[in-house]
Design a protein around this ligand. Structure first.
Ligand code: NDP
Length: 328
């Protein structure tokens, strides 16, 4: 049997963490044959709550769960990590300026990047969920010079899944009929969910919809603002769907995309599609054997170009802001 994979989860006592840990321990992250050891990182005030979650994990007697360790120190938490799910972040609170938000997150993601650099396993794969996810991933990556940059990724899979669900509902087809959807850019309100390269039952999705007004005025804003709609309805932010998307992201990265399909991941740009090299932006990617590749050669029309440029401009601004603050 395989030796356990070390999975480090930060912000483990939070809402997303609570929905995420049970899925990891039951085998949904890495598959039904891979035992996992959980390494939970929390801030000191939340360690006790993380211990409570660990008690519940014990009580599930998950066959694949080979152990749980809890830390309030990043160096220890990332020691030997094969997979890192960076969920804990400093949320924007009322009256907080963007600079304050980026600075507070710099204080979290810089030491975590250093800890990953110092002690993570050679095959480490990082997914940043905590917002602003793309730029938090950039900060961590900048402080891990010995880790290949492409191991640092940011989550746009929830946006991707939301877009699939909205499109399937509009066309009255099962979600399994939808392929090649792309989220471009930042995990923020500027993100661009692209239907022009997506397929529905083998047919071009934008053509199948045949309604540019719906695409512009309904579909794109519904996907981009779904998080706020859920807070409005639930009285709390999305947690289970965010955890599910984190599971999907890593599972696809490790196990590969299906033939004839791709997924969306926030990854360090190599300059493809005019996205400045180095920023962490969402692209259409295929994955195989634990590595990913940007889908090349898509034709980008003027509408898509303008949307991609706008979301990428926001990422460049965030990058310049954290540079200005000395965080990268
Ligand atoms: P959640 O578990 O609900 O959210 C965690 C992070 O995920 C937030 O930054 C949130 O951003 C982000 N996020 C990304 N996508 C989504 C989405 N689709 N829906 C909702 N959230 C999303 O937050 P909690 O406050 O419940 O828990 C955070 C935990 O992290 C706390 O236990 C805290 O102690 C811990 N923490 C740990 C740190 C560490 O380990 N060093 C550092 C900082 C915090 P947004 O709020 O902008 O939506």
């Amino acid at each position: 049997t395989q030796s356990p994979v070390n999975v480090t989860v930060t912000g483990a006592a939070g809402q997303i963490g609570y929905a995420l840990l049970f899925r990891i321990a039951s085998g949904h992250l890495l598959g039904p044959d891979t035992p996992v050891k959980l390494r939970l990182l929390e801030i000191p005030q939340a360690v006790k709550a993380a211990e409570g979650t660990a008690m519940e994990l014990d009580d599930c007697a998950f066959p694949l769960l080979a152990g749980i360790d809890i830390f309030d120190d990043a160096k220890q938490a990332f020691d030997g990590a094969n997979v890192g799910l960076l969920v804990g972040a400093r949320p924007r609170t009322k009256g907080m300026e963007r600079g304050d938000l980026l600075e507070a997150n710099g204080g979290i993601f810089k030491p975590q990047g250093e800890a990953i650099n110092a002690g993570a396993a050679d095959d480490i794969k990082i997914l940043v969920v905590g917002n602003p996810a793309n730029t938090n991933a950039l900060i961590a990556q900048a402080h891990a010079p010995d880790v290949p940059a492409e191991r640092f990724t940011a989550m746009t899979r929830l946006d991707h899944n939301r877009a699939i669900s909205q499109l399937a509902a509009k066309l009255g087809v099962p979600v399994t009929e939808i392929k090649k959807l792309t989220i471009w850019g930042n995990h923020s309100a500027t993100q661009y969910p692209d239907l022009f390269h997506a397929e529905v039952g083998g047919r071009n999705a934008a053509e199948a919809v045949g309604d540019q007004a719906w695409l512009e005025n309904d579909f794109i804003p519904t996907v981009a603002k779904r998080g706020a709609a859920i807070i409005e309805a639930r009285g709390a932010s999305s947690a289970a769907s965010a955890a599910n998307a984190a599971i999907d992201h890593v599972h696809t990265w490790v196990n590969g995309t299906a033939e004839g399909d791709w997924t969306s991941m926030g990854i360090p740009s190599d300059g493809s599609y005019g996205v400045p090299e180095g920023i962490i932006s969402s692209f259409p990617v295929t994955t195989k054997d634990g590595a990913y590749e940007i889908v090349q050669g898509l034709e980008i029309d003027d509408f898509s170009r303008a949307r991609i440029d706008a979301t990428v401009a926001e990422l460049v601004e965030e990058r310049d802001a954290v540079k200005g603050l000395g965080l990268i």
